[in-house]
Design a protein around this ligand. Structure first.
Ligand code: M6R
Length: 577
């Protein structure tokens, strides 16, 4: 969602902020802005734009202290007025904010003499700090956050102070320690060009950044010591490396990602949990659903895989004999974090399967297993999904004490799928349709959900995933020659059932794209097009069947001229509820 970058140092801030905002574009946004403390007048100068960050290039502001922001609209439309940074009445204070201030209307009402120019919750923070300011910016921020209810990562500057004050509650923010310069950003991708030394702020901590120092305080203003972390990736991870889109690069990275993740050492996990609860969102939830099938089949422990947004309000029956697993690429998803906190409150042991090191969920879980996907920039999650699956297979092995045949070779199988399929020809036939169905059974029911999600989010084609057995209970009414069905039908224990479903679709003039096992000739009788995967252990098929679906979604979106890496309305990391 929204992105923050701040700079204080000896260099001109504007270009650094602009570059930082570009690196944060992948998070999703619809307007952007920069504020710089003018080096001569000390006044705060602003430049804002609706739409792409690129538009901010037209005007450059001079100064060595500044804040930048990409806004994903929540309160109010994407307009110049609503874009951050926001100023107070005097124009002396500039604020950028990620999160949601839940009591903003009450605060706005109480600030009777203040003039508001936007519809946002964030603008009230600038005015609140104005009210509380009497010469000490840090104190004014501390006093103000004591009046706020909600989530925030806040960065504040004042025309008379050579400092940036940062505060966090619930929204991620990280400080970058430089040489005679310091930075702050909502994630490390915007910092890594300048420094690898970072400090992650925790909730209710305040940081004061000056050119040559960073000090951290608790909410009472007491100084605290925080450990620095050195991040272990560089900018090449965040480049396209010759690919047209990050998504395509990330799809092709999957064999390496799988190999790297297979080398991860798992923590010791008890084998006698009564239940395992998995909570996650979107693609990570689909990984959790596959995990349910695998762990239940292998270890015979009941597994409940739920969307985190439902879990958190379901008053779940979970306790100290249960294991709670949070799955998240970003490690910052608001619902998953809330589900984790609830599970902890109920006494469950918690485990995170997380991609981003030191993210909030990773830090709050009792144990964490890091997937080795590397930074994922494309909003559509691909390599994070397969890496999450790998960890779940490894967990199933550990919980059952039995190895899963073929897991060690699955990276090469994925490579084969990437090399062999003629996806472009299939995409060409279908890229103009308005609706798609995806069906699968058992282990590949989640693959159907994931295939549909990939297609809808990047190509904007309406797509639904169903358990194939549900077709007769409603969705088959949609079948015509204009509504193609993707049938995930590898040679497994439910193959004959899938073939029956496909015949029923054919009997109603439906067109079918099958994902099937190499050598399966029979399938061509029922399918118009077939995408093949190698013949592997049935348990491993979800790792392979998803690959042609990722590629199909990608190719279709490309043919429809969609912005593949930054689909409309979506954010990479969903940090608000
Ligand atoms: O960072 P997370 O894994 O927690 O994110 C969860 C979902 O927001 C994410 O998987 C989303 O559904 C993707 N856009 C799917 O491609």
């Amino acid at each position: 969602m929204c992105g923050i970058i701040g700079y204080i140092g000896h260099k001109q801030a504007y270009d650094i902020l602009l570059e930082g905002l570009k690196r944060l574009e992948y998070r999703g946004y619809d307007s952007a802005g920069i504020a710089v403390q003018d080096s001569k007048s000390h006044k705060i100068e602003l430049n804002k734009a609706v739409g792409h960050v690129e538009k901010l290039k037209k005007k450059e502001l001079k100064g060595t202290i500044g804040l930048g922001h990409t806004r994903w609209a929540t309160h109010g439309k994407p307009t110049l007025e609503n874009a951050h940074p926001h100023l107070d009445c005097s124009g002396d204070i500039a604020v950028v904010h990620n999160g949601i201030i839940e009591n903003f209307l009450e605060i706005k009402d109480s600030l009777k003499n203040h003039k508001f120019v936007s519809d946002t919750d964030s603008e009230v923070v600038a005015h609140l700090i104005e009210k509380n300011y009497s010469g000490d910016l840090r104190q004014a921020v501390i006093d103000s956050i004591n009046e706020l209810y909600g989530t925030y990562a806040l960065c504040v500057m004042h025309k008379d102070h050579d400092e940036i004050v940062v505060a966090r509650n619930g929204s991620p923010i990280v400080i970058g320690i430089g040489d005679n310069e310091n930075l702050v950003a909502s994630d490390v991708s915007a910092l890594v060009e300048h420094t690898k030394r970072v400090i992650y702020l925790d909730d209710l901590e305040i940081a004061v950044l000056k050119k040559d120092s960073v000090e951290i305080f608790d909410k009472n203003g007491k100084r605290i010591d925080k450990k620095e972390t050195v991040i272990d990736w560089d900018l090449t991870h965040a480049e396209k490396a010759g690919y047209k889109h990050f998504m395509l690069k990330e799809i092709n990275e999957q064999p390496d990602v799988i190999r790297n993740t297979l080398n991860v050492e798992l923590p010791e996990i008890k084998k006698d949990y009564k239940n395992i609860f998995i909570a996650a969102c979107g693609t990570a939830w689909h990984a959790g659903l596959v995990g349910k099938y695998i762990i239940e089949k292998q270890a015979r422990i009941p597994v409940h895989a739920e969307t985190a947004s439902e879990f958190r309000y379901s008053n779940p029956i979970i306790g100290k004999d249960d294991l709670f697993i949070a799955i998240s690429q970003s490690g910052e998803t608001a619902d998953t974090l809330a589900a984790l906190r609830l599970a902890k409150e109920n006494g469950a042991k918690t485990l995170g399967i997380i991609n981003v090191m030191n993210s909030t969920i990773a830090r709050e879980c009792d144990d964490v297993i890091y997937t080795r996907a590397g930074i994922e920039i494309g909003v559509a999650s691909t390599k994070a999904y397969t890496s999450q699956l790998i960890v779940l297979y490894m967990l199933a092995e550990q919980l059952s004490g039995e190895s899963i045949e073929g897991l060690e070779n699955v990276a090469s199988n994925v490579q084969e799928v990437l090399e062999k399929n003629h996806i472009s020809d299939v995409a060409k036939k279908y890229f103009r349709v308005y609706n798609f169905l995806f069906i699968g059974r058992n282990l590949n029911f989640p693959t159907a959900l994931e295939g549909a999600l990939k297609l809808k989010e990047i190509s904007y084609i309406h797509a639904e995933g169903y358990a194939a057995g549900e077709m007769k209970h409603g969705p088959i009414a949609l079948v015509t020659d204009q509504v193609p069905t993707v049938a995930i039908a590898p040679k497994d224990s439910v193959y004959s059932k899938m073939v029956s479903n496909m015949q029923e679709i054919k009997a109603r003039n439906g067109r079918i794209i099958a994902v099937a096992t190499e050598g399966d000739k029979q399938i061509t009788q029922y399918a118009d097009d077939v995408l093949y995967i190698p013949n592997v252990n049935e348990l491993l098929t979800p790792l392979l069947t998803v690959i042609p679906l990722q590629l199909l979604a990608y190719k279709i979106a490309e043919m429809r001229d969609c912005d593949v890496d930054k689909p409309r309305n979506l954010a990479k990391s969903v940090t608000v509820e």
